[in-house]
Ligand binder design. Structure first.
Ligand code: GP9
Ligand code: MN
Length: 661
């Protein structure tokens, strides 16, 4: 063979090879472009402490490979079309998330798409949500279209060549595509799995079980991974395990709630029923506010001077308990506003936000009230944007509605939060229901030095000392709130209530012992841990005093409806009113783990679930009873209540059990 002949042969061999490389470039280009968009998205939402790092980029590249590996099994032109289509779909998802985030500070989930009100709210202010920088999300189309044309031309030539190939060569080419697809899948899986698994087994251990915030999940899974996980959760909850409720279960739940409704019906004969008809209702949920600080002093100084002063004209429930579980603040909110038990795992707010509830807001709105909720934090936290729509509020004033003029801890300081909330309230149509959720006393309770006004002595510099400082600050904020309500002319027209959402998560008993001056026994420990204040100030300051009846957060909505004279026997609620003219008696407060107290005994089921390991105590003395027989009937009642509540929440039974709603 002559030299020119040899060169021609080599060129012929290299030419298809070069074309091959170009034709395989489409997938890396797709991944690179999408990575750019995901990075841009991350920069534009700019959540503090959540910037994209090396692990996040690995996860993003892995997810993109997992979403697109299958395109390698298509013929070349099909693959190109599929990748362009994927690019358009994923860009639309990323961009929709960006717009949604700018308004709600949250990511779109499947329940969001099902909640029309959410998207409607967005539509009204869409102009303000667009920015010039967003054009970068579509800029690749300028590059993509000419590239696609170029490749199409190449492909036509290539196809003609392929058709001329013997079938053995063709199947060889397919086998190559198949193997390449498998390699891309395996690589993508490894890239995504390794860092996610690392997070899941370390700092994000609880996140996948509890999911309290979409943004925390996003921080682990990345934007596309978040949507894959959201789809998985939705499918798992609603399609794969959506066992429909049986006739027997429905009858069981119906019977249970009918019986409970009868108790409330009987109490309508109480002279207090309806005595505060038409009054506004202002309910404050205080973050991690436990009962043991009320009426306590440290170094001669009152920890909660304003609240103590308020007690003189209020009803103070000193045997009142939080009934929260994994859903923490959101469980307290559900208990107080919908009178239902939390779930054994996760939060009703995040798991069943699209189901219906007989909430305080809905019932009051049916009775001519306006209902609004105020919380100066990201609306997406605990899925509040969605859940507050479900619970029937007219409006949710979240962080974006407030001026952060006194930043403190996670967000706005409670003093300014209350002040701005009252200002907004003065503009509302009366009668209104306003639900305010405070935040400044959130774990780890550190306040700026300027706000530390309590001398905590030896506790200085400890988390317990910081906690006392934080509740002292909140107490001052409540004091100011009362003055502001008086100045706005709302105090005498409103039932004012506040309660703590849950314990302060301080696990060591030593500081409690030092603070209280004695070692609490097991029942006292339970009562300390679960005890939160519940204080009601009636517009005329009537019925003031300390009440020893046991009660819990689930009793709050029934209590308010009772005072307003709104019949609630048909409502699917567990609680019963706490404020009645005659003593209550026979009442149980039931906790998610199956524990209960009726004020006489306290039953604590064993962690291992074995009945023989459970304990029954005398409530007042803390004496451990020799056997659990005195607690067995109550323990069974607790099981029934928890079961009835779960049936309602998980199977969306409110519309069935209370059809007029
Ligand atoms: C945040 C706040 C805190 O919005 O309600 O919730 P928590 O961490 O206490 O459950
Ligand atoms: Mn909380």
């Amino acid at each position: 063979m002559t030299l020119p002949d040899q060169l021609t042969k080599r060129r012929r061999l290299r030419a298809p090879f070069r074309a091959d490389i170009l034709l395989w470039l489409d997938m890396p280009l797709f991944i690179a472009l999408m990575l750019f968009k995901l990075d841009l998205f991350d920069q534009l939402i700019h959540v503090p402490y959540m910037d994209m790092n090396q692990d996040d980029r690995m996860i993003a590249a892995g997810t993109l490979a997992l979403l697109s590996f299958w395109t390698l099994w298509l013929p070349r032109n099909g693959r190109l079309v599929a990748l362009i289509f994927l690019n358009l779909v994923l860009t639309a998802i990323i961009y929709s998330d960006l717009i949604y985030f700018r308004y709600f500070r949250d990511l779109i989930t499947i329940p969001v798409l099902m909640q029309a009100g959410q998207v409607r709210a967005l539509g009204e202010s869409i102009d303000a949500l667009l920015a010039w920088k967003d054009l970068w999300f579509g800029a690749d189309l300028l590059l993509l279209l000419p590239f696609a044309c170029y490749l199409f031309l190449r492909m036509r030539r290539k196809r003609r060549r392929m058709e001329r190939l013997p079938s053995a060569r063709r199947s060889q080419t397919f086998a190559r595509r198949l193997i390449l697809g498998i390699i891309v899948f395996a690589t993508g899986y490894t890239l995504a799995y390794v860092p996610i698994h690392k997070a899941k087994t370390t700092w994000a251990a609880n996140l996948f079980a509890r999911n309290w915030w979409s943004l925390s999940l996003y921080n682990v899974t990345g934007e596309l991974g978040f949507h894959v996980y959201d789809l998985y959760c939705y499918a798992n909850e609603h399609w794969l395990h959506s066992s429909s409720v049986s006739e027997a279960q429905l009858a069981e739940a119906k019977q249970w709630f009918e019986d409970r409704g009868k108790v409330r019906k009987q109490l309508e004969a109480d002279p207090l029923f309806g005595q505060y008809k038409g009054m506004n209702v202002i309910l404050i949920q205080l973050e991690a506010f436990q009962n043991f600080v009320i009426e306590q002093k440290i170094g001669g100084q009152e920890v909660t001077p304003n609240m103590n002063k308020l007690l003189a004209s209020s009803l103070y429930f000193r045997n009142f308990y939080h009934q929260t579980a994994q859903g923490r603040t959101s469980d307290a909110d559900l208990a107080a506003n919908a009178s239902l038990q939390p779930l054994p795992t996760g939060s009703v707010f995040t798991r069943f936000a699209q189901h219906s509830y007989d909430s305080m807001a809905r019932t009051l709105k049916d009775n001519g009230y306006t209902a609004n909720v105020f919380h100066a934090y990201d609306g997406g936290f605990w899925n509040r944007n969605i859940m507050y729509d479900t619970l029937g509020y007219d409006h949710f004033y979240s962080k974006s509605a407030f001026t952060i003029d006194e930043p403190l801890g996670w967000s706005l300081g409670d003093k300014s939060f209350f002040k701005q909330s009252v200002h907004m309230m003065t503009k509302l149509k009366q009668p209104f229901y306003s639900f305010l959720i405070s935040l400044s006393s959130h774990h780890p309770y550190t306040l700026p030095a300027s706000e530390q006004t309590l001398d905590v002595g030896a506790f200085k510099g400890t988390i317990f000392g910081d906690y006392l400082e934080a509740v002292h600050y909140v107490d001052a904020a409540v004091g100011q709130l009362i003055n502001e309500l008086k100045a706005a002319g709302l105090w005498d027209k409103s039932i004012f209530l506040f309660y703590g959402d849950h314990d302060n998560s301080i696990k060591e008993w030593a500081p409690f012992e030092t603070f209280l001056g004695h070692k609490p026994n097991e029942t006292e420990q339970f009562r300390l841990l679960k005890g939160v204040p519940f204080i009601i100030h009636l517009p005329d300051g009537a019925r003031a005093g300390t009440y020893g009846d046991v009660g819990g957060q689930l009793d709050m909505t029934p209590t308010v409806l009772h005072l307003l004279g709104i019949p609630s026997s048909d409502n699917v609620m567990i609680g019963t009113p706490l404020v009645t003219a005659r003593p209550l008696g026979g009442k149980e407060v039931i906790f998610r783990n199956g524990a209960f107290t009726d004020g006489k005994v306290l039953y604590l089921p064993a962690e291992d679930g074995l009945p023989e390991h459970s304990k029954c105590y005398r409530f007042a003395s803390g004496e451990l009873l020799p056997d659990t027989s005195g607690c067995q009937a109550g323990a069974e009642a607790a099981r029934q209540e928890l079961h009835a509540s779960d049936l309602v929440v998980e199977h969306d039974l409110v519309p069935i059990l209370h059809p007029d709603k």
